[in-house]
Each structure stands twice: as C-alpha cells, then as structure tokens.
Write a protein that binds this ligand. Sequence first.
Ligand SMILES: Cc1cc2nc3c(=O)[nH]c(=O)nc-3n(C[C@H](O)[C@H](O)[C@H](O)COP(=O)(O)OP(=O)(O)OC[C@H]3O[C@@H](n4cnc5c(N)ncnc54)[C@H](O)[C@@H]3O)c2cc1C
Length: 538
Amino acid sequence: MSHRLTAPAPGWTTSTDVVVVGSGVAGLTVALNVRKAGLRAMVVTKAVLDEGSTRWAQGGIAAALGEGDTPEQHLQDTLVAGAGLCDEEAVRVLVTDGPDAVRRLIEVGAEFDLDEDGEIVLTREGGHHRRRIAHAGGDATGAEIERALVAAVEADPGLELIEHALVLDLLTDAEGHAAGVTLHVMGEGQRDGVGAILARAVVLASGGMGQVFSATTNPAVSTGDGVALALRAGAEVTDLEFVQFHPTVLFLGPDALGQQPLVSEAVRGEGAHLVDADGVRFMVGQHELAELAPRDIVAKAIIRRMQEQGAQHMYLDGRHFGAEMWEHRFPTILAACRAHGIDPVTEPIPVYPAAHHASGGVRTDHLHGRTTVPGLYACGEVACTGVHGANRLASNSLLEGLVFAERIAADLAALAAAGRLPARTVNTDAATAATPVPLLAAGTRGAIQQLMSAGAGVIRSAASLAATGKGLAGLTDAAAPASPSVETWEATNLHQVATALTAAAALREETRGCHWREDFPDRDDAHWRRHIVHPLPA
Ligand SMILES: Cc1cc2nc3c(=O)[nH]c(=O)nc-3n(C[C@H](O)[C@H](O)[C@H](O)COP(=O)(O)OP(=O)(O)OC[C@H]3O[C@@H](n4cnc5c(N)ncnc54)[C@H](O)[C@@H]3O)c2cc1C
C-alpha cells in the first residue's frame, strides 16, 4: 500500500476467511457462494444492507433466456454498445454464464414477472435486438433481487454482517498479498470506531461513483470508495472516463443535487416517445433504433436538442399507454413522477441526462475477478471486468455483478480446496509507512460535484477538463487538512476518483461510447482503441 486515508490506528481487530466490502447484488452473491464452499465470510457495508444501487434498478437483468435468443446475439449487442473497447472474452463469460446465473438467482428466491404459462416475461431495452430483459414487480427488479439476497444472507447464521461500517483501506502482508481491511464502524459497543478485519482474501463490491457528479441516479453511498481504495493500494484502475449518463432522468429543476428519480429505458422499450417542447420526435431518423438507440446516442441527441432550443430538458411521452398500463407495468416510476407533481398518464415527463453507471473501475481478469493486487478481488460496478467497454449495454450490470461474483466465489473455493488460501499476517510496517492522504473538508463534496458536472460531464473538451482539474487541485489544502470523519473520508474518496477520471478524460482525445469530446468529435481507432490505466505513467 503506497497511500492511505488519514485515520486513527485500529482500536480493535477481528478475523475471517473472506471479507466482502458492499452488500448489493455483487457482494451478497459472493458471500452466499463462499459460504456454500464452507468458508467463513464477513460482509461489511456502509449503511444498511439494501442501501446500494441494486435496489434502485428498474429495467431488469439481461440474459439470453428467450426463444430464438442466444448468448452469441447477446454478445454481439454488447460489443456494439461497447464501441470497440469490450474485452470479448469477458463478454463471452458474461453472456454464456448469464442465463444459468439468473436461474440460480431464482433458486435463491428472486421472483421475476411471469406470463400466464409461467414463463419469464422478457422486454427490450436500448441496444438489444431481442426481448431479453427479465424484470420483477414491473419496474422494481433491483428491489426484488436485493430482497431475495438479503433474506438469504440473513438466514445464514454463519455469515457475519456488519452494517454502518465504512471500509477505509486495504491491509497487505509482507508479500503484498491482501490481508484484510481497515474500517470505521459507526456504532456503539465492542466494534465502535476504527478497527481492522484480517482476512485471507478481500472482495471489493462497493458499487459505483455517481455521486462524483451533481445530478445522478445513484444513491448517496455511491462515492467511489472502492476505486479510491484501489488507487491508494496501487491496484490498476481503468476506463474511468467512461461514465454512462442515463438519458431519461426526471428533471427536478436546474439546481437539483444528488440522487434523482430515473425513468427507465423500459418505458421507451414499451413504446414511449422522446419529444421536444414542440412535440417533435427528434430521435427518429438519427438511429435505426430511434428512441432505443444505445444510451450514449440518446443522451447526446437530448443534449444537442437542448442546446439548439435553449431548453433545460426534453420530454418522454407515454400518455398513449393509458392509466392501466402505467399502474401495472411501471408502478414505481408512476409513483415517483406523481410525487413530484407530474402525471405521466396525462402529460409528458420532463427528462434530461444524469450520471448513471461507471463502466470503468478496478481492473480484473475476465475469469476470476482477480485484480492486479494478489488476494484482492473486485466485482459489480466497482470492477472493470471489460464487459462494458466504452459504454454499458442496458441491463448488463446486474448480470455482471451476479456472474463475476459467482466466479470469484468459485475461485476462492478452489484455492481453499487446494490449500492455497492461507491465513495472512499483516505487514504493520507497510501500513504505517504508507503516506497518509490529507483529508478534504466535508463541504467540498458539493464543490467536487459541481466542478465535475460543469467540466467532465456529458460534454467534455480540453478546456473544460483543464478547468475542472484545476478546480479539483485547488480544493486540497495540505496545510490545513480536515479531521477524520465519515464525511471527510467520503469527500477525499470522491476527490481522488474525480481527479483520476478527469485526467483520463483529458488524455482520451477522441469521442467514443459515453466519452464525448466536443474538440475531438470522431472515434480515433488508430490512437485510442486502447485503455487508459491508472496509475498513469509519471
Ligand atoms: C436508478 C438505477 C437504475 C438502474 N437500473 C438498472 C437495470 O435496470 N439493470 C441493470 O442491470 N442495472 C441497473 N442499474 C445499475 C445497477 O443497479 C448497478 O450497477 C448494480 O446494482 C451495482 O451492484 P453492486 O453490487 O456492484 O453495487 P451496489 O448495489 O451499489 O452496492 C454497493 C454496496 O457497497 C457499499 N459500500 C460502498 N462503499 C463502501 C465502503 N467504503 N465501505 C463499506 N461498504 C461500502 C454500499 O453501501 C452498498 O451496500 C441501475 C442503477 C441505478 C442507480
């Protein structure tokens, strides 16, 4: 470990075989599967168990489950969305393991929407040429998946769950192998304050980083902590510049900050139209799939139309669905819109793009979810397995979390069975020698978000990225660092991730996938059909 967050020395220590950071689809799936292999596991999570992105997922989970569909067709659609940067082998793992992984999720207890014959109902989303998105509760897929997984982990008395615990940094042994984590538990009793969990392997499943931007679909916990931890630990982090902006987020006013309600792509999948203030369907003629074009294309078209018309948003018109369909197919979205005074049954919904999904993250191999630090694994949105390339295909991320979590658990089980998962001794000298990162004041969170949305958001240029980079650098005050607290640790994580993302976006002088450079409007395969990997060369 070369750097660490400034924090008090651990005041307590406990141990397990596998420590899992995060309790979304990825973390809980790893935990359940390593337990099946007879290993001890601890899940550490920042808030309550279901407080991640997983429970907010609406559209569904993509897998080639339908008649006539095949993993090969799913692969082709994924590669097209990824704009030349997918790792084809990783995608092959995703689409091939996918259908059975969804079936195993059903065995765990997740209930998907079924037709009258008891078959899973499949819908379409942007970029998919087939109906292959399984959903639950209409538009409450993530909530159902999370409910089922939480029920399963809570039913296992041998699985230790630590809520309200913020993981800070990785601990390693003398060989540089992961040996546990430091964390801060926000509670009372034996494990209050900063402590350490010693483990034979560490799995990062800490989700995304949407909170780096001022408007996002991600919950407040999505502050990129896992990526920041990996950067400090010297693990390779890649593709950070590829942040997907969801084209249709409910517009709540120009000053709205933090998590905003999403209007799922499935609404367009079922036939809602994107229109401007004059009612013109501006996606028709721009792409063969019109409103169902890949997300980056729709987001850019919306921004372009907004710029042409000086508008703050566009509209999504689903009035022709009628009340009954809205109530049965999209009850969550209907309720969210109505809670904000908009009735989609009688009026078009004001929408605009907001930060949604991180395609990049901690680099892993495509077979076992191993990072470049031995014993440190990553899965779910914190990871960059290579399946998303420059742009994620809709509904591939829940599947990615599921498939690669199972693979990590299988790897750990195989290592344990072969006697190759020994207990580790933390190298306390290395932990002490790591350079403490000065902490940013809690109030800088808003400043980071505004700088990022202004200069490193949907539209980027050398000038906008330089201004954002300069603004971010100006927020660090090494002479007067803030005191350790949950808020200052999160602000510092956001700052480290934002700085790395901005540097990558400035380097990538082309437009590809969800990275849109105004000053380099074309895709440049000759120079940029490659990944930007942190740490960047000095
Ligand atoms: C509104 C919305 C709709 C979406 N719709 C879809 C969809 O329809 N289909 C699809 O495939 N994908 C969808 N996505 C994306 C998908 O939900 C996520 O990519 C996926 O759920 C990520 O799962 P995860 O397990 O990696 O992370 P999460 O579910 O975000 O869980 C991360 C966990 O890590 C914890 N954590 C974070 N930092 C720390 C720390 N320092 N210490 C301890 N714990 C920590 C969090 O508290 C949380 O428990 C959607 C996302 C959003 C926000």
